[in-house]
Design a protein around this ligand. Structure first.
Ligand SMILES: [Zn+2]
Length: 92
């Protein structure tokens, strides 16, 4: 999956009544699910979950963690700069 979907898309889990094949399918309005194995439309919906939203949440957490890390690095830089400045002033 190279493409990143930004909006959460409902993904439904189905079991094919003809061949018992279980699969997940992304269903947008107007779409009808069909078994990828035998193309049968006689499906049983198992459970629905929005897997893209958890992916987004993970990405959000990652971004937050990165921002926090950046902030810490900046604080360190400032501390280092202040230390050097103080050191220089004391030296004189
Ligand atoms: Zn099938």
């Amino acid at each position: 999956m190279g493409l990143r979907i930004i909006h959460p898309v409902p993904i439904y889990e189905y079991e094919c009544r003809s061949c018992r094949h279980q699969f997940e399918q992304l269903i947008r309005t107007g779409d009808t699910a069909a078994c990828p194995k035998c193309q049968s439309g006689d499906l049983e919906r198992l459970l629905s979950h929005v897997s893209m939203s958890s992916e987004n949440t993970r990405q959000l957490h990652f971004n937050r963690a990165r921002q926090a890390a950046k902030r810490v690095q900046k604080d360190k830089d400032v501390a280092q700069w202040e230390y050097e400045k103080k050191h220089r002033e004391e030296g004189h």
